[in-house]
Design a binder for this molecule. Structure first.
Ligand SMILES: [Zn+2]
Length: 397
C-alpha cells in the first residue's frame, strides 16, 4: 500500500472547509488526475490480457478546521476480476471494497476520530466507469455503515467515475442500461413479470424436496441455489465488521460459481437457468443486482420454514439502518438527494483509454452480461442519468 502523509496542503481561505462543493471546486484538477491514473490501470489490465477495461481505487482524505486537505491513503488499484475468479459481480469497484481494504479504512478512520476528532475524513472511490447497481449498492451500504459508526459524515463518501453507461456500451460493448432499468422492478410489489428475474414467494413446504433437505442440513444456511435440479450453492450470512456484502444469497451464488469453475466450466459466472431460494422474506437491492449479473432466472422467498432462523430481521437486512424494502425504494430515487448518503460525481473530460484499448484488443469478448442492448431512447437514458449522476467535475476554464 502506498501511504502519503500531507502530500498536498491547500488553504481553503474563506470558504467553509467542510462543504463538499467547495472542496470539489478547489480540488477538481487533482481528482481528475487520480481518476486518469485509474484509467491507465484499467488500460494496463486490458493490454496485459488480464481482463476487462475496468479499474477502481479507494482513497482517504482528511480536511482540518483550517481547511487544509491531506491525502492520507491511496489503497491499491483494483481491477475487474470476473474472468479470473469466475464470479459475476467481481467488478473493479467491488474489488476496491474487499474486506481487507474496508478493515484498513476503518482502522484509519477510528484513528482520526480518536487523535484528531475535529478533522473531517472524506473518502473518494475513483471508478473508471459508471458503476452498476450491484456496485452502487455496495458503495451505499459501506457509506451508511461508516456513518452509523460515526466515522464519516453523510455525503463525505464520494464516488467519482469516468465512462458513462453510454460510453461503456458504445466503446466497450457492455450493456448496463438494461440492468439499471430492470432494477426498478425490485421495488414493485409484486415485482413486474417483465423483469429479468422472476421473484416469487412460496411456503417452505412447497419447495422441491432436495431444496428443503439442503436447508435442513445446517440451520445457518438461509439461501440455496439450484441449477438443473442440482444443489450448487449453500449460503450462510458471512458478513462481519469488514465484510459487508456476503449475505447468504450472495454467498450461495458465489459458491455455485466457484464449484462450476473448479469443474472446469468455461463460463462459471453465468448461472443461467438457476433458481435461488431464500428464507429472506424480502430480498434487497444487493441480492437482486447480483442475481442480474449471475443471470439467475428465478428467486423465491420461502415462508414458514421451521425452525425460524434467529435474528430473522437483521440477518436479512442489507443496509445497517434500513429494511430491504426501504433501501430499494431509497436507491431508485437517485443520488445527491437528501436520502442517499453517497455523493456522486462524473468527469465529462475522462479520456476512457482503457475501453478504447479494449475495443482494439484482439481478444476482447463480451464475457458477461446481456448480449444485446436495450430499446431505451436517448431521452430515457438522459433522464436516468440526471437521476444518478447529477453532478460533474468542473471543466478547465
Ligand atoms: Zn458493478
Amino acid at each position: 500500500m502506498r501511504c502519503q502523509n500531507d502530500v498536498k496542503r491547500t488553504n481553503l481561505r474563506h470558504k467553509d472547509p467542510f462543504q463538499m462543493n467547495s472542496l470539489i471546486q478547489i480540488y477538481y484538477a487533482q481528482l481528475r488526475q487520480k481518476l486518469s491514473d485509474v484509467d491507465l490501470c484499467a488500460q494496463e489490465n486490458v493490454l496485459s490480457g488480464k481482463g476487462g477495461p475496468f479499474a477502481a481505487r479507494l482513497a482517504l482524505f482528511s480536511v482540518n478546521e483550517e481547511g487544509s486537505r491531506s491525502l492520507l491513503t491511496e489503497f491499491p488499484h483494483a481491477t475487474n476480476k470476473v474472468l479470473e475468479t469466475g464470479i459475476a459481480s467481481n467488478h473493479a469497484e467491488a474489488q476496491s471494497l474487499v474486506p481487507e481494504t474496508v478493515g484498513l479504512l476503518k482502522k484509519q478512520l477510528r484513528h482520526i476520530k480518536q487523535e484528531r476528532p475535529k478533522d473531517r475524513p472524506i473518502i473518494v472511490l475513483f471508478s473508471s466507469a459508471q458503476p452498476c447497481w450491484a456496485c452502487l449498492t455496495k458503495i451505499e451500504i459501506l457509506a451508511r455503515q461508516l456513518i452509523q459508526e460515526e466515522l464519516i459524515k453523510p455525503k463525505n463518501f464520494v464516488l467519482l467515475y469516468g465512462a458513462t453507461y453510454t460510453d461503456t456500451e458504445i466503446t466497450a460493448g457492455f450493456h448496463d442500461y438494461a440492468y439499471a432499468l430492470d432494477f426498478f422492478n425490485v421495488v414493485k410489489d409484486p415485482p413486474s413479470e417483465a423483469s429479468l428475474i422472476q421473484y416469487t414467494t412460496s411456503p417452505f413446504a412447497q419447495a422441491p424436496e432436495h431444496v428443503q433437505a439442503a436447508f435442513k442440513v445446517n440451520p445457518a444456511v438461509t439461501a440455496v441455489l439450484t441449477l438443473n435440479h442440482r444443489t450448487l450453492g449453500l449460503g450462510q450470512d458471512r458478513r462481519n465488521d469488514q465484510d459487508l456484502f456476503h449475505t447468504a444469497e450472495c454467498t450461495a451464488m458465489h459458491e455455485a460459481s466457484r464449484t462450476l469453475k473448479a469443474e472446469g466450466q468455461a463460463t462459471p459466472w453465468n448461472l443461467h437457468g438457476s433458481h435461488l431460494y431464500t428464507l429472506n422474506p424480502k430480498i434487497g437491492p444487493l441480492t437482486y443486482s447480483e442475481c442480474q449479473w449471475a443471470a439467475v432466472e428465478h428467486i423465491t422467498s420461502l415462508s414458514g420454514a421451521a425452525p425460524v432462523p434467529p435474528q430473522a430481521t437483521m440477518q436479512y437486512q442489507e443496509s445497517c439502518d434500513l429494511s430491504n424494502r426501504s433501501f430499494s425504494a431509497l436507491l431508485v430515487k437517485g443520488f445527491n438527494t437528501p436520502n442517499a448518503v453517497t455523493h456522486v460525481l462524473h468527469d465529462a473530460c475522462f479520456a476512457n483509454l482503457a475501453q478504447k484499448a479494449w475495443a482494439q484488443h484482439p481478444s476482447h469478448i463480451l464475457y458477461n452480461g446481456l448480449e444485446a442492448g436495450d430499446s431505451l431512447t436517448i431521452e430515457q437514458k438522459t433522464a436516468f442519468n440526471r437521476l444518478f449522476c447529477p453532478e460533474t467535475l468542473p471543466i478547465e476554464p
